[in-house]
Design a protein around this ligand. Structure first.
Ligand SMILES: *[C@@H]1O[C@H](CO)[C@@H](O)[C@H](O)[C@H]1NC(C)=O
Ligand SMILES: *[C@@H]1O[C@H](CO)[C@@H](O)[C@H](O)[C@H]1NC(C)=O
Ligand SMILES: *[C@@H]1O[C@H](CO)[C@@H](O)[C@H](O)[C@H]1NC(C)=O
Length: 599
């Protein structure tokens, strides 16, 4: 059945393979090579915890040379959950975390076992790519809680060749364990993990070139993630008392040849770096100002990140050298991104991620390939859940109705039309706790901050730029990034004096619209995630926030809608903790008709 569908989808190509149940390909006969212009190759480089906002890209000259100067940078690219595993599962499935329900790095709410339990091992990007006739390769970190003990139960599906980093050695820069195809794990004690990975990536590239099929190659180095010495974790995350029992975090470790670099470099001293007044909401607002000793350590941490990234810079150079030597550059798309962003010192935060601030969610995405404008910076809003749709479109495979995102415009004409037609929002969500990764300074500091569960909306239009969030303790945040780009004034904090008007209308009328939009997005599925206003206004007369601000809708938004709220804080996506739900409790603008009647 699947084979027939694929054959039809491949329209006119003699796709002569069938797919065995275990996902391995069995050649039936030799058809014409698929490695032609219609079927470009894809190289996807995915770093770990790389920031955009602390300017890490400024220190990577080879990435600049091959990617930034020759491709398009998407400066408004966002992850939708600022944590490795949920973000990666969303990336490889094209679904928001509330639709994957892989919301954490460890069971019961996340990690590799949850990915398996949710049925994604036979239903995610590499599997679809193989169905479309591609060879698929991957090396590096795939997910968390993918371990030396569970890697074979079952094996990861979908890859023609794979060599995965495994826990508990994933983040040990000098003692990584990699696990190739169906072989047992191998320890690389004493070798630098990114250098080990580079050789594996080059090897897969050679394999890919030898085959006559087009290929997808995923390269996922662990830099610049913290170095972590951890135990194998198989308990209930809710029972953790002392996180140090679970994991010991330290700055990333560069290769010897990069240790001496950047001696004078410091975290950029932006206005929100260790500010005099607290900012944000919830536990963030309680943080104390950091001491000089703390700042000095964090600057060292920052330099170690930049140094560790140098190996990635060289890896990118090596990949391009090989693509060029094989004459593949004009038929290969290279994507460069990371799983989530990172903060150090902004809002007084210790090194870490897991929040909704720009540092954590607005991340690098650079694409180079045939037809992609060179040295271009695009401002269209794109997210990680758009990447799977983008890649399926590139390989000529049909899109999937259950994608929560939509393909990213790559060519000049697409980029131009997207500036007026593409959606302007990002759905941001998080469940669980935040972990700090630096040293602990000061009495009041914790390694673990509970109740870090929130839903948020980032929206960027021509005349507005907002971040709106609701936390599980029902605290709210609103930043007007046009006037407050560093998110220092939470306009919804009780001690902050909210402005009378915003965008020329009363403040509360704007926040009512933002809340309703988030109300739809927090449980959206499929097209509703990209066209949420259509769920509220099925007649299609509202396409964006600007349209929704029309006074005719004041009552509908201000008086009639239910509000985003939580009943309690949970560590995962437990619906009955998450207040009213659109579809059962939310109204649509259609003479008062309810959503369920309209559907
Ligand atoms: C390195 O990893 C191996 C397992 O892969 C382990 O047996 C060994 O103890 C580790 N060495 C250090 C120094 O942690
Ligand atoms: C977290 O939230 C729970 C339930 O919503 C509450 O009982 C608890 O006090 C909160 N804990 C902290 C540390 O805020
Ligand atoms: C998500 O997974 C958790 C853990 O298995 C489960 O308790 C929860 O009900 C699931 N949420 C949804 C919406 O299915």
């Amino acid at each position: 059945m699947r084979f027939l569908e694929v054959a039809l989808a491949a329209a006119g190509l003699h796709l002569s393979i069938v797919f065995a149940r275990d996902g391995e390909q069995k050649p039936l006969g030799v058809g014409p090579a698929l490695g032609n212009k219609k079927h470009p190759n894809i190289v996807f480089i995915l770093t770990d915890d790389q920031d955009l906002h602390m300017r890490s890209l400024d220190y990577l000259p080879l990435i600049k040379k091959h990617l930034i100067d020759r491709g398009t940078s998407y400066k408004r690219h966002f992850c939708t959950t600022a944590l490795c595993c949920p973000s990666r599962v969303s990336l490889w499935t094209g679904k928001q975390a509330h639709n994957t329900n892989v919301t954490d790095v460890n069971p019961p709410y996340g990690g590799y076992p949850k990915f398996i339990a949710q049925g994604f091992n036979s239903d995610y990007l590499p599997v679809w790519l193989q169905e479309a006739g591609y060879n698929t390769y991957y090396t590096g970190k795939l997910f968390n809680a993918h371990t030396v003990e569970n890697y074979h139960s079952p094996h990861v599906a979908g890859w023609t060749g794979s060599d995965f980093l495994l826990d508990p050695f994933t983040y040990m820069y000098l003692n990584a364990s990699y696990q190739r195809n169906h072989e047992p794990p191998v320890s690389y004690e004493g070798q630098h993990t990114v250098d080990v990975l580079a050789e594996k990536a080059y090897g897969f590239l050679d394999d890919a070139v030898e085959s006559d099929k087009p290929f997808f190659l995923g390269i996922a180095p662990v830099a610049p993630h913290s170095n972590v010495k951890s135990a194998l974790f198989d308990g209930d995350i809710g029972d953790i008392g002392d996180v140090d029992d679970l994991a010991v975090f330290s700055p990333p470790i560069p290769a010897k040849r990069h240790e001496h670099l950047f001696k004078d470099v410091k975290v950029p001293r932006t206005p929100h770096f260790n500010p005099d007044s607290p900012s944000g909401a919830n536990w963030v607002r309680e943080l104390e100002k950091q001491t000089q000793e703390n700042i000095d350590f964090n600057d060292h941490f920052y330099r170690q990140r930049l140094r560790a990234l140098q190996s990635v810079d060289e890896l990118v150079d090596g990949v391009f050298a090989r693509l060029e030597a094989n004459g593949l550059l004009d038929n290969t798309f290279v994507f460069y991104t990371t799983d989530n962003g990172y903060h150090i010192g902004q809002h007084r935060l210790q090194p870490g991620k897991e929040l909704g601030f720009e540092e954590d969610i607005n991340i690098p995405l650079i694409v180079r390939g045939p037809g992609v404008p060179a040295a271009e910076v695009s401002e269209v809003v794109t997210t990680h859940i758009d990447l799977a749709p983008t890649i399926l479109q590139l390989v000529g495979a049909p899109s999937r109705a259950d994608f929560d995102g939509e393909a990213i415009p790559l060519r000049k004409s697409e980029l131009e039309s997207a500036t007026t037609s593409r959606h302007e929002h990002v759905t941001v969500e998080y469940w669980g706790f935040a972990i700090t990764e630096g040293k602990l300074f000061g009495e009041a500091e914790h390694r673990l901050y509970l109740n870090n569960t929130y839903k948020a909306l980032r929206i960027i239009g021509k005349s507005y730029s907002f971040y709106y969030s609701v936390w599980c303790n029902n605290e709210h945040e609103l930043y007007d990034l046009k006037t407050d780009p560093y998110q220092l004034r939470n306009l919804l904090h009780p001690t902050e004096k909210a402005p009378e008007t915003l965008l020329g209308i009363p403040f509360t009328k704007v926040t009512a619209r933002l809340d309703s939009l988030l109300f739809v997005l927090k449980s959206c599925k499929g097209q509703t995630c990209t066209r949420p206003w259509q769920a509220l206004h099925p007649t299609g007369d509202v396409q964006n926030l600007r349209d929704a601000l029309t006074s005719q809708f004041d009552d509908f938004y201000v008086a009639e809608q239910k509000r985003v709220s939580y009943d309690r804080c949970e560590l995962g996506y437990v619906i009955d903790a998450e207040g009213p739900q659109f579809g059962t409790d939310g109204l649509v603008y259609r003479h008062g008709a309810r959503w369920d009647e309209w559907v």
